[in-house]
Design a protein around this ligand. Structure first.
Ligand code: ZN
Length: 217
C-alpha cells in the first residue's frame, strides 16, 4: 500500500511525462515506469549521479551520455526552453535548459533539465519555445568553460533540478541518492535523474528503488 501511495504522489506531482504504475502484489511491490526519451540514443552512460571526479567539487551531479561529437541530442521530455547559451563562458559550455511543462500547476513543481557541453545548438531554437520530447536540440560536443576545459571526452551532461518540494517528492519515492544531495544552486537543487532514464545505467539505482517497492524499468 505504501508503494502505491508513493506512486500516486509522484503521479500527482507529475513530470508531464508518460507514466505507468501498476500494483501487482499484496507485498506492496509494483512497477513504476516513467519514460523519458533517452536524449542520446546509442550512447553509453559514462558517469552517473554521485560519481567521483577529479575536479571542482569532486562529485558529479548528473548523467553523462558519452557519444561521438556531432551525435544528435534530443529533448528527453516536453518543455519550454528557458535558456540557450552558445558560448563557452561557463563550465557548462554551450548548453540548453528546458523547463518541463504540465504536472504541477504551481510554479513550485517545475523541473529544469540541462543539456550541457553541446557542440552546436539548433539554429532556430529560441527561449520561450515549446519543445516536444524527442525534438532535436543540438549535437554532442566537448565544450566547456575555463574551469573544466579538456577534462573529458565528448558527452552530453544531463541533469535535473527543482526546488525543495520537488526534492522531497523524489526522496520519498526513491530515497536519498548514493551521492547525497548537493547544496542549493541558483537554478534550484539538482537531483538524480537515473530512475527516469531507461538506459544502461547502474543496477544499484534499480536496486535502491526496488527496495522501496518501486521497480524502475
Ligand atoms: Zn556530467
Amino acid at each position: 500500500m505504501v508503494a502505491w501511495k508513493k506512486i500516486l504522489d509522484i503521479a500527482g506531482f507529475g513530470f508531464g511525462i508518460w507514466m505507468v504504475a501498476r500494483r501487482y502484489s499484496s507485498k506492496a511491490s509494483g512497477t513504476f515506469g516513467i519514460s523519458f526519451k533517452n536524449p542520446v540514443p546509442g550512447s553509453t552512460v559514462t558517469s552517473g549521479w554521485g560519481d567521483s571526479r577529479a575536479y571542482r567539487n569532486g562529485t558529479h551531479y548528473g548523467l553523462d551520455f558519452g557519444a561521438a561529437k556531432g551525435t544528435p541530442v534530443y529533448a528527453a521530455a516536453d518543455g519550454v526552453v528557458t535558456r540557450i547559451v552558445k558560448t563557452n563562458s561557463t563550465t557548462a559550455g554551450k548548453h540548453v535548459i528546458v523547463r518541463t511543462t504540465g504536472l504541477l500547476a504551481s510554479k513550485n513543481g517545475m523541473i529544469n533539465i540541462r543539456y550541457l557541453h553541446l557542440d552546436s545548438i539548433v539554429d532556430d531554437l529560441t527561449v520561450g519555445q515549446v519543445v516536444k520530447k524527442g525534438q532535436l536540440l543540438g549535437k554532442v560536443g566537448a565544450t566547456y568553460g575555463p574551469n573544466s576545459a579538456g577534462k573529458t571526452a565528448p558527452h552530453l551532461h544531463f541533469d535535473m533540478s527543482g526546488n525543495q518540494a520537488v526534492i522531497d517528492r523524489y526522496i520519498e519515492a526513491f530515497g536519498l541518492p548514493e551521492g547525497g544531495m548537493p547544496d542549493a544552486r541558483s537554478f534550484g537543487i539538482q537531483f538524480p535523474c537515473e530512475p527516469f532514464i531507461a538506459a544502461n545505467y547502474k543496477d544499484t539505482v534499480r536496486a535502491r528503488s526496488s527496495s522501496r517497492g518501486i521497480e524502475v524499468r
